[in-house]
Design a protein around this ligand. Sequence first.
Ligand code: HEC
Ligand code: HEC
Length: 279
Amino acid sequence: MSLSSVARFAVPVLFGALLSPAVADDTFSIAQAEYDQALALSPDLENGRRTYLTCAVCHRPEGWGTVDGAYPQIAGQSRTVIVKQLADIRARNRDNPLMYPFSLPRILGGPQQIADVAAYVAQLPMTAHNGQGPGVDLELGGQLYVEHCASCHGARGEGNAAERIPAVAGQHYPYTMRQFDAIREGRRNNADPQMLKQTHGFIAREQAAILDYASRLPVPPEKLAAEGWMNPDFPADLRGPMDFPPLPPMPRMPLAPPGMLEMPPPPALPAYPASPPEP
Ligand code: HEC
Ligand code: HEC
């Protein structure tokens, strides 16, 4: 091992150890700077469509994700929220090991591509057939939602684009349950401090009730896809390799006895994969 290769290895490790609190803070500033840059650019929808080809493998050609909540519905989400999440994920200000490699500049591109793909995703029509909760506690859920969440996420779950607050109407219930847990437990560290505060102080039954209610808030008609709509930007030959069989609808959950709605502890996050070799 030459001296220079030792130095190349040891110096970042040493500085990394010395500076780690500063580095952790920095993920926030890096993401914020990229957010500001991307938002100042005019998006190019055609380039956004091309960029979205990478995303479609997971978020599906329509951007509807999967009803089991493994992949969120991103169609129709506001541009500011999408840009913020992309900037956060690649700055590692939001932990998302699965999507992380696809968010890197080498694959996704710079702030212009972020602006483009976000504008493309934001204009995709949404599905109303999102994953919903068991439907057993909607009155309680509605009361708590209005009292604690509507001021930010909107009475109709429409979010707030200017404040980068995500729309929750149309989002998959298992996804919002996971995010709520992740925010509370500090695994989703990009969340607003006010949002973090909201995740404390609910018992499991209340959390499930609120998010079930939110999952049933109707998608605004102007954002809704026509029944049977398929994204024409993905003709059959493009869909071929990524088209999984249609997902079965979520089974109706039976009325749960007390205690049944307690959530099991969330599974451990997968480790970050090794970065792909330079071309
Ligand atoms: C390998 C699969 C994969 C690919 C490819 C992928 N994503 Fe994701 N994405 C995910 C997963 C999984 C999540 C949710 C992670 C979690 O549970 O915290 C996510 C979350 C998101 C979110 C946050 C949604 C929200 O409401 O919180 C946005 C926005 C997003 N992805 C956009 C994109 C875009 C745009 C692309 C293409 C450039 C892309 N994703 C590519 C898997 C992927
Ligand atoms: C003070 C404003 C505020 C309040 C009140 C608030 N939130 Fe949020 N919430 C946010 C912001 C901002 C984010 C996005 C954080 C980020 O950038 O990742 C968020 C994110 C979320 C997410 C993740 C959504 C996604 O697409 O990834 C869920 C789920 C959520 N909030 C549910 C709730 C619920 C349920 C309540 C009421 C109990 C609530 N929030 C109250 C501001 C708020």
